[in-house]
Design a protein around this ligand. Structure first.
Ligand code: C5P
Length: 296
């Protein structure tokens, strides 16, 4: 839902409404995440006093622990901005499948950061995944001339590839922090959110200050924009839960189901015409993902 609506919100605007500034949406998502975590913390502790005490002892008194979150939050801020670039320049389904390359980077960082090991079947699944993704990319590149709205697939592809590396590293780093300490997930997410909000605020000011000053931070916002921003924020918290209770590699399976849905919905609602190459690539990616899960 996030990928489809984010792309729709960037590419389909009426002539009388300006398009919203992407960097403000990334910043707003961080704020919504922090507010949601505070709400969840209160729900868990059932007392304002306890919440304030926890925030004081775990955040104000532990600047080093907050500082540890600078790395994943900086990467997520970069990645979340790159996502808008990618989705403004690629077909939603092409993006969705290409973005699965992050399964490879996640596997690599699971080995190096979390000390996991991968057997032969799992490596085979990863190679298959690359083949599948390459087929889908080939299809995207051959349709360069037919894309409208000034979309640039190569720029989109570069943005996705950078996001993949960032996603793998940040995910495994965050998983390590969540699983090697007893600090509550909501507190960890508030720590992450504080760093993320700071980074995305700086990003917003550096890249779009002029536009924000003359048109306001909420220029171009409509109900869909708020829906996308809230979806991004809650989706991020869902990622944290999956990483805490399962792991980053299993998260890849959940995403693979979303590829199928994204393709079907793009075909039905948007003007996406999948070729056989695209379908074959998608099938291989999905098969590889399941093969990876089946290999023990
Ligand atoms: O694609 P990937 O799974 O790496 O995306 C992770 C997304 O989840 C990013 O948008 C990131 O901002 C968000 N996230 C979050 N809070 C976490 C972990 C991830 O908002 N604790």
């Amino acid at each position: 839902m996030l990928v489809l609506l984010m792309r729709y919100s960037r590419t389909s605007t009426s002539p009388d409404q300006p398009i919203y500034i992407a960097s403000t949406a990334v910043f707003m998502a961080e704020l919504i995440k922090i507010i949601t975590c505070l709400f969840m913390l209160h729900h868990q502790e059932k007392s304002y006093k306890k919440c304030i005490h926890l925030i004081y002892s775990e955040i104000v008194q532990k600047p080093y622990e907050v500082g540890k979150m600078l790395i994943p939050s900086g990467l997520y801020a970069l990645q979340n901005n790159l996502l808008y670039i990618a989705l403004s320049n690629l077909e939603a389904a092409t993006f969705q499948v290409t973005y699965q390359l992050k399964i490879l980077s996640t596997a690599a960082f699971s080995i190096s950061l979390l000390g996991r090991s991968l057997n032969r079947e799992k490596w085979l699944a990863l190679v298959l995944l690359m083949v599948g993704v390459t087929l889908v990319q080939t299809e995207s590149v051959t349709t360069v001339e037919t894309l409208d709205n000034g979309q640039k697939p190569m720029i989109g592809l570069l943005a996705v590839l950078t996001s993949c590396i960032s996603s793998g590293f940040a995910g495994c780093y965050f998983e390590k922090i969540l699983k090697t300490s007893t600090t509550s997930m909501w507190i960890r997410n508030i720590q992450l959110g504080i760093c993320g909000a700071t980074f995305s605020f700086l990003g917003m000011m550096l890249s779009d200050f002029g536009q924000i000053k003359s048109h306001g931070i909420f220029t171009g916002y409509n109900a869909l924009t708020w829906f996308v921003v809230t979806n991004q924020a809650l989706g991020g918290l869902l990622v944290a839960m999956v990483v805490k209770y399962a792991d980053n590699i299993l998260k890849g399976f959940a995403t693979s189901i979303s590829i199928i849905l994204s393709g079907i919905i793009s075909f039905c609602l948007l003007d996406f015409q999948p070729s056989w190459l695209f379908l074959t690539g998608t099938a291989i990616v999905i098969a590889a993902t399941f093969l990876y899960g089946a290999a023990s």
